[in-house]
Design a protein around this ligand. Structure first.
Ligand SMILES: [Zn+2]
Length: 329
C-alpha cells in the first residue's frame, strides 16, 4: 500500500495537479518553491507555498500542509480512502479523453452556426453562460481524426462510447453539456438538434448532481430534469438550480441533496401531458421528505418544462411566483 501511494504521488505531481485545477503560483527566487493564493480558503495575499521537488504544500494563512493526498482530502472534503480513489481516477485515460473531447466540441460550437442557433431557440443566449457551462456542439464526422491525431486509438474511442461500432460519432448533431464533478468531466450529455432521440449520455455513470459544487450552500435548491432547464434558470439568475439529468436520481445524487436537513428542495420537473414528470416528482418528494428535508413541487402551466416556460416568454417574476405557490407534496 505504501509503495503504491508513493507511485501515485509521483505520477500526479502536486504542482501539475494544482495547475490543472486552475491554481496559479509564482516561483519564489530560484528554488523549486511556488507561492499563490490558498485554494482552501478565501485570501487576498498569497500564503500558500508549494515545493515542487518534495511535492509538499504549506499555507501560512491557515496553517495546513501536507502532500497531494492531504490536499485532496482538504479541498474536496473527502476521506483518505476516497482521495486516493479520486487521484487514481485522475490517471485513468478516460478522464483525459473526455476532457479533450469536450474541449473539441466547445471549439466546434463557434465553427458551425447550428449549435448556437439551437441554443438561442431554446432561450439560451448569454455567451458568458455558454462559456461557463462549457457547452459544445458535435457536428459529427470529425471527432475521430481529431482525437486520433492526439494519440488516442480507435479502440479507446469505441470503449468510451464516443464512436459507435459502425464508426459513426455517437453525438452527431447534438449540443453537448459536459457533466463535471470536482472539476473533472465524468460524462457528456448530448441534446439532439434534429430528429434523433433527444437525450444521450455516454454509457458510464452520470456522476453527481450537475454543478453541485456551486449549489449546496443555498438554503433553497431547485432540481430540474434537463440541462436546458438548468441553463435558462441560471441565465435568469436562479443559480441555486441543479439537475439530475433525468427524473431518476442515483443513490449518490440523492445523498448529495440530503447532505443537510436545513434545505428546501423545489422539484421543477416537466409538466407533461402524460404526467410522467409530475409522478416522478411525487415519488422523489416522498423520499426526500422521509430523509428529513422540506420539499415543494413546482407547478408550471400544462405542457411546459422550465426551459419551454422561459422560451415561450415567461419572466423571472413568473417563475418566482411558481416557486412561491409551489405546494407541499
Ligand atoms: Zn490556507
Amino acid at each position: 500500500m505504501g509503495a503504491d501511494l508513493e507511485r501515485l504521488k509521483q505520477r500526479v505531481p502536486l504542482l501539475d495537479f494544482l495547475q490543472r485545477h486552475h491554481w496559479t503560483g509564482h516561483r519564489v527566487s530560484a528554488r523549486s518553491e511556488f507561492v499563490g493564493l490558498c485554494p482552501l480558503h478565501e485570501e487576498t495575499h498569497p500564503s500558500f507555498y508549494v515545493n515542487s521537488r518534495k511535492n509538499l504544500f504549506y499555507c501560512h494563512g491557515c496553517g495546513r500542509g501536507g502532500d497531494l493526498i492531504r490536499l485532496v482530502e482538504l479541498a474536496l472534503q473527502l476521506s483518505f480512502r476516497d482521495s486516493v480513489a479520486y487521484l487514481q481516477e485522475e490517471l485513468a485515460p478516460t478522464a483525459q479523453l473526455l476532457a479533450h473531447t469536450a474541449a473539441f466540441y466547445q471549439l466546434e460550437l463557434h465553427r458551425y452556426p447550428e449549435g448556437i442557433h439551437y441554443l438561442a431557440q431554446r432561450g439560451v443566449r448569454d455567451p458568458a453562460l455558454i462559456e461557463e457551462l462549457a457547452i459544445g456542439y458535435a457536428r459529427g464526422g470529425n471527432l475521430r481524426p481529431h482525437l486520433q491525431a492526439l494519440g488516442y486509438s480507435l479502440e479507446q474511442l469505441l470503449q468510451a462510447g464516443l464512436i459507435g461500432p459502425q464508426g459513426h460519432d455517437a453525438f452527431c448533431r447534438r449540443v453537448i453539456f459536459p457533466c463535471a464533478q470536482h472539476d473533472r468531466i465524468v460524462n457528456l450529455y448530448g441534446r439532439s438538434i434534429g430528429a434523433a432521440f433527444p437525450h444521450r449520455l455516454l454509457p458510464r455513470s452520470k456522476g453527481g448532481l450537475f454543478a453541485w459544487d456551486s449549489v449546496p450552500h443555498f438554503p433553497d435548491v431547485i432540481l430540474v430534469e434537463g440541462l436546458l432547464d438548468l441553463a435558462v434558470l441560471w441565465q435568469e439568475g436562479f443559480r441555486n438550480t441543479t439537475c439530475a439529468v433525468g427524473t431518476h436520481l442515483t443513490p449518490a445524487q440523492f445523498a448529495q441533496l440530503c447532505d443537510t436537513r436545513d434545505r428546501c428542495v423545489y422539484l421543477a420537473f416537466d409538466q407533461d401531458e402524460n404526467h410522467a414528470g409530475q409522478q416522478a416528482a411525487r415519488i422523489l418528494a416522498q423520499g426526500l421528505h422521509h430523509a428529513g428535508l422540506s420539499v415543494r413541487i413546482v407547478r408550471l402551466p400544462v405542457g411546459h418544462d422550465p426551459n419551454s416556460y422561459f422560451a415561450s416568454g415567461a419572466t423571472k417574476s413568473d417563475f418566482l411566483r411558481c416557486l412561491e405557490e409551489a405546494p407541499l407534496p
